[in-house]
Design a protein around this ligand. Sequence first.
Ligand code: ATP
Ligand code: MG
Length: 655
Amino acid sequence: MSKESLANLLKEERRFTPPAELAAAANVTAEAYDRAAEDRLGFWAAQARRLSWDTEPTETLDWSNPPFAKWFKDGKLNVAYNCVDRHVEAGHGDRVAIHFEGEPGDTRTLTYAELQREVAKAAHALTELGVRAGDRVAVYMPMIPETLITMLACARLGAPHSLVFGGFSADALATRIQDADARVVVTADGGYRRGKPSALKPAVDEALTKPGTENVRKVLVVRRTGQDIGWTEGRDIWWHDLVDRQPEQHDYEVFDAEHPLFILYTSGTTGKPKGILHTSGGYLTQVSYTHHAVFDLKPETDVYWCTADVGWVTGHSYIVYGPMSNGATQVLYEGTPDTPHQGRWWEIVEKYKVTLLYTAPTAIRTCMKWGDEIPARYDLSSLRLLGSVGEPINPEAWVWYREHIGGGRTPVVDTWWQTETGSIMISPLPGVTEAKPGSAQVPLPGISATVVDDEGREVPNGSGGYLVLTEPWPSMLRTVWGDDQRYKDTYWSRFEGRYFAGDGAKKDEDGDIWLLGRVDDVMLVSGHNISTTEVESALVSHPKVAEAAVVGATDPQTTQAICAFVILRGDAAEDASLADELRAHVAKTLGPIAKPKRILAVAELPKTRSGKIMRRLLRDVAENRTLGDVTTLTDSSVMDLIQQKLAAAPASSDD
Ligand code: ATP
Ligand code: MG
């Protein structure tokens, strides 16, 4: 079924050439692919010169002990200097770095010169708390400027930060503090979410009662909401008491390119989170280059907005390190997209004249569900490019995004990458690539990726298999924190000498790459491998469906049976014929074998804080098992509702 289904999703008319004006002035042109193909390491050495090095590297890659890479190992630099100070020195101190928009409507503007002073003060403050190069700092914060300032201050001191999503529980926070053996925690009393203050400090207090967190000496607390919080004398310090009185200048230290920059735990979509370690020079080179290439950033005129939470890798690479190393002006928004109303994001785009927008498919599908008329109320004409990350974007959502947000003009870049890869790896280039909705398409210049079969043989065009990366890349993870063996086992043992991403993918007849979801999610139905992504995309292409999650549940007749959970669009009603209608639609789009056995309309799907659907939990309910680890879930009551609904619903008749 795979070939015909792909052909169906790839309708001829849905190809989009880059706008002529953008193409003519694009930061990166087609020539970059050839240059990188001729001399991959030379290409990355040239990209490293985007940065300011205190000691220029002479060696690009040391791969003498795979899979442990050293990039630019004899180079020395300071990451924070590269993201802040050098822009001020270049005369751009008055350029806005951050337009902060709080959820209640409060705002704050920070220029690069102001940011430089804030980072300097925070670096002095952390030093006063005893933070030294190499010490880990846990950061449990809302989306406010102090979070970015803290990350940059850590980078300045060579103290790796470990961000933990503000939505995670005390337990999840404690595990991450223990695993990284953090010495200081930076937090806030709370942040604003869904129209009210949402506390953070109590979770820190609780986490620090757990064994293994004893090495945390100090807790630095930003006052954001003013809510009442517990206080431990001698351990807790207010940000405004400590940071505000520090000197506004700070002499930075210089670190090796391979000095650790941060640890970040993966989303936990598939299992126990892994502490992914990223280092300095290679990471910064690739996030800087990819941000320049994929978003075509013109720092003097663009206003960039990435809606991801800073506690997710997208926030690290495409709010902090990529855009700031490039001197971008960006929007930082604290809250949820529907507070106080469902047009909040579009109001922000209009207000700041955002030109480049980067968000996740889940947000796009949610906006589809709310209805086309909401974005239509705002002037979105400033937008010139849209990006997507986090999950495969269904062709239907891609086209909706371009049409209703991009005014039918903007390119859409579907960017594939992971916490582990650090930077975007597979994506169209907005001034070069003829875009195909639903496909991430081509590895970026300097990146080597392909699709292989079970035995590791590269598959021909038109077939599917496993996505692998065949050469090391500058922003690759260096290891799993404290567990080199897990690093080797998870990523480098499945296919000899190649990095196994854990994602299924397919090459179309042109050789373009289509991501098909996680390998663990692929379904086996009556001897056929069926991708969850394709069935979900087929469901979302039905006018009544805004969002869909599909899992394979054990079935005595067919090995697995397809079970679909759908969220309906704003105006669609759930009636008796819905399931049959959707089953018929999937059969028509993909073939009868892909027809879901059960279809259930639900109000919400279980998602991680980064907006990804947790299919393994849906598989648990579909198979009547007790739920696995739910600690990274945004809202665990979602699962109760789904369980109740599933218990009440009859299984569809089979034909
Ligand atoms: P865990 O590894 O703990 O299960 P996670 O994989 O969800 O969590 P991330 O590193 O945030 O954590 O997500 C990377 C994954 O997201 C990719 O491996 C892929 O499955 C998916 N993904 C990201 N961007 C895209 C994209 N543009 N198209 C398809 N899938 C994507
Ligand atoms: Mg992953």
